[in-house]
Design a protein. Structure first.
Length: 352
């Protein structure tokens, strides 16, 4: 089975040598984040996630448009937050970006509050689903006649079109009930944060049932950090080194600064971290990273064979795509590309 293997660029000020200890050379900037993307492109990663944050880092679409002409083969997984801009404007930007990438655009749909605004979960995901439906129509080059609770719009087919003439794949994640229903109805790739293998298998089974109920099918993605070294002892030492200068209060501040820090998904990452005294909730799955990060809070830690076997276990469960990262992002990408990537049968999801 062929899987998609992606890396991560730290657009939201999420790069460290020591977690919780700011390093000016690793702060989010065009130059630093560009270097991460170029490095992943050289190593042959299939895709790279460009995250989005209102209060953190730099703008995702502006960054993507600047870096696109410098890339050889890698796809860009561009995160967009629903409500950030009027959907026709978003569609025009994304279609233009797809042209700049010669069709290598993928889209990460983010459902979140806007700065200064709070929506309850149910209406927020209802808004997200409306955005997904209208955005897909526009990127498919179709006219729009949509009258919902959040979008009321009638438009002729847009002039700005993607290279393929159709919408790129929509990647989307969330574990709450309304998030799962939104994904079942609107996503192409359902993204999960790290969890125990039984939980991962259960989520995949649940999402397959939900999608089938709506006459749809889903692919599945798994977003995780990774720490790989020549031996397991070296990998564990590297993981512990990441936390060796972390101040507990600083870690709590970092976790609280994200707009989605109180989401069901983030709460699950916190609960996962509390399951083990040494941070390992099952073989190779280490939750220490979540002590200084909101959102994806665990890492696959081990020697090359252990990391490879862990990825293959997820693949056997039904995972089609991996979005990986490590600290610092440049160095850990080098190690993963040396030890693990050549042993994986991988290609972009869109190339199959």
């Amino acid at each position: 089975m062929t899987i998609e293997v992606s890396w991560f660029s730290a657009l939201c000020d999420d790069d460290y040598e020591f977690l919780g200890v700011p390093d000016p050379t690793l702060r989010s900037s065009y130059e630093h984040c560009r270097d991460i993307v170029l490095n992943a492109d050289r190593h042959g990663f299939d895709n790279i996630l460009l995250p989005s944050g209102y209060t953190l880092g730099i703008d995702t679409v502006a960054f993507a448009s600047a870096v696109a002409p410098t890339l050889e083969q890698i796809q860009l997984l561009v995160a967009v937050r629903c409500g950030e801009m009027w959907v026709p404007q978003m569609a025009r930007q994304l279609a233009t970006l797809d042209q700049m990438l010669d069709g290598r655009l993928t889209i990460n749909i983010i459902s979140s509050d806007l700065p200064g605004q709070t929506l309850e979960s149910v209406p927020r995901y209802a808004r997200t689903l409306e955005v997904i439906k209208v955005l897909r129509q526009l990127l498919n080059g179709q006219s729009v006649d949509f009258h919902g609770d959040f979008i009321d719009l009638a438009l002729d087919p847009p002039n700005a079109r993607t290279v393929s003439g159709t919408a790129p794949p929509f990647y989307f994640g969330g574990v709450s009930e309304p998030a799962r229903e939104c994904a079942a109805q609107g996503a192409d790739v359902y993204l999960m944060w790290p969890d125990t293998e039984p939980e991962v298998a259960g989520i995949i089974a649940d999402m397959r049932r939900r999608a089938d109920h709506h006459g749809r099918s889903l692919r599945f993605g798994y977003r995780s950090h990774v720490v790989v070294r020549e031996t397991e002892a070296e990998a564990r030492d590297a993981a512990n080194r990441l936390l060796s200068r972390l101040d507990q209060q600083e870690g709590e501040r970092i976790r609280a600064q994200s707009l989605d820090s109180k989401s069901v998904g983030v709460q699950r990452q916190t609960a996962l971290r509390d399951l083990s005294d040494d941070g390992f909730v099952e073989p190779q799955l280490w939750t220490g990273i979540g002590r200084a990060r909101s959102g994806c809070g665990a890492a696959i830690v081990g020697d090359p064979d252990q990391v490879l076997n862990k990825l293959r276990r997820y693949e056997e469960m039904g995972i089609d795509a991996f979005i990986l990262s490590g600290y610092p992002h440049l160095g850990e990408a080098d190690l993963f590309a040396e030890y693990v990537l050549p042993q994986l049968d991988h290609a972009p999801l869109t190339s199959r």
